[in-house]
Design a protein around this ligand. Structure first.
Ligand SMILES: Cc1cc2nc3c(=O)[nH]c(=O)nc-3n(C[C@H](O)[C@H](O)[C@H](O)COP(=O)(O)OP(=O)(O)OC[C@H]3O[C@@H](n4cnc5c(N)ncnc54)[C@H](O)[C@@H]3O)c2cc1C
Length: 418
């Protein structure tokens, strides 16, 4: 394993990386270590996954056995937690099944994505963690615990930031496979975005707006299911792109999923980037803030007026909508959300200066940062914090009384608010 994260902006300090080949070996490891953090595919942009010692589950068996793991009666699939969404999607598609949503890239592990509340877009779509029906994890005492939806601890154990134990299996909701067609519109004016914000984000199953804080927005990506309204010829003044586009205007769309309304299976359209290709720009740092949907226009408009000194650093901004949920540490807990995402040039010090300015605007409006991306705010700063944080802390103390799975990042950014 590389000692850096995918973005290259964080070097792990852990002195050991363990790669158990069975759950029994993992259980023995957990008992024998004083401090241990699980690490997934290392796509987070901060120290959330670091610790004194790390464990990665990539050497555990990773196959899906259709007869054993897919339950068509309950509409679920049980997956090894280290599986990448891309591999999982291929297996499900071969069985005529689908997930409700995907993130913009298929390269991330299921456990890592779920642990940080990773999301796609869609006003009616929850984040990826909301598809979890049950999970199994190795607790600090080495015992395997299984938690299922509806049980008292479950809502605290899904978006758990690695703090409860090492997740080994995840049971996910599935549905019959469906097609998506993708249309890209260009040149949406700011006024049109603000005046028709809800209509634009409700125009398709999944909607993303890309912009670089210029005279107007850059692109609107509509990902439509068959039952969605027809793709409009004109989207509030924005026009269909004549050829496939990359979300970062000017980059070659060769690594992007097909557009121009050509229908394809869900897994070939929901991510912006194709498996096997570099997602996004490849040289970047990312940050993202989740606003209550009713404050989104105000927040975006406020950012427009401070953008000038930041413009050089921002490769692209993406706006997405995510539905409210009940998972205690989910950035969408209790509120429909609009996520404002920044793909930054890879200059950590300059990005941190920009983040100070951005957070001064967004945190007072109720922003909650994406747990897996770069942010500065400490938990105590979140004005619209996590009302179940106390319950989460109690759950962590019960599962892990000696703080085996803790790290400094959690102390600084999560538990510090208590
Ligand atoms: C190019 C790119 C595009 C992205 N696009 C999106 C996007 O569209 N939407 C979005 O919301 N996010 C996006 N992200 C962020 C990404 O989804 C999150 O950082 C996610 O956590 C990455 O998963 P991972 O497996 O790499 O996790 P890691 O970074 O390896 O770990 C993240 C957390 O998960 C925990 N964890 C990992 N495995 C386990 C386990 N087995 N048991 C318990 N805890 C575990 C770790 O302890 C840590 O706390 C993107 C990131 C990149 C680099």
């Amino acid at each position: 394993m590389e000692s850096r994260n995918w973005g290259g902006n964080y070097r792990y300090r852990a002195r050991a990386l363990h790669l158990p080949t069975s759950v029994a070996e993992l259980q023995r490891l957990v008992v024998s270590c004083r401090r241990l953090r699980a690490i997934g595919s290392r796509h987070s942009f901060n120290a959330i996954g670091d610790g004194a010692e790390l464990v990665n589950l990539d050497e555990l068996p990773g196959e899906l056995t259709i007869a054993r793991d897919i339950d068509r009666g309950t509409g679920t699939v049980s997956v090894p937690s280290h599986l990448r969404y891309g591999a999982l999607a291929d297996r499900l598609a071969a069985e005529g099944l689908a997930l409700a949503n995907l993130a913009s890239l298929p390269h991330i592990s299921v456990a890592g994505a779920v642990a940080t509340g990773t999301h796609g877009s869609g006003v009616a779509n929850g984040n990826l963690a909301t598809a979890v029906a049950a999970l199994e994890l190795v607790r600090a005492d080495g015992e395997v615990a299984r938690l299922s939806r509806g049980e008292p601890d479950f809502d605290g154990a899904v978006v758990a930031l690695g703090a409860l134990g090492v997740v080994t299996r995840v049971v996910l909701d599935v549905q019959p496979a469906y097609d998506i067609s993708q249309h890209v519109y260009e040149g949406l004016a700011w006024d049109a975005l603000f005046d028709h914000f809800d209509a634009i984000f409700s125009a398709a199953y999944s909607v993303s707006v890309f912009l670089r804080w210029g005279e107007r927005t850059d692109q609107v990506w509509l990902k439509r299911r068959a039952e969605d309204p027809a793709a409009p010829e004109d989207l509030f003044g924005a026009h269909p792109a004549p050829v496939d586009r990359h979300p970062i205007a000017g980059l070659d769309p060769v690594n992007c999923t097909p557009q121009l309304g050509r229908p394809g299976l869900w897994l070939d359209r929901l991510p912006h980037f194709r498996m096997g290709f570099t997602p996004s720009s490849g040289e970047e740092i990312q940050s993202e803030y989740h606003l209550p949907r009713e404050r989104a226009v105000e927040a975006i408009d406020a950012l427009r007026h401070v953008h000038a000194p930041l413009r050089e650093l921002i490769q692209v901004t993406e706006l997405r909508a995510i539905a409210a949920d009940t998972l205690w540490l989910s950035p969408q807990y209790g509120r429909d959300t609009v996520a404002i995402h920044f793909t930054w040039a890879p200059d950590q010090a300059a990005v941190e200066r920009a983040l100070a300015e951005i957070e001064a605007i967004l945190i007072p409006l109720g922003a909650r940062p994406h747990w897996g991306k770069l942010f500065l705010a400490r938990a105590a700063d979140f004005v619209d914090g996590y009302e179940r944080l106390g319950d989460f802390s109690a759950l962590v103390r019960r599962f892990d009384p000696d703080g085996k799975f803790g790290n400094q990042w959690l102390e600084d950014h999560v538990f510090g608010a208590e």
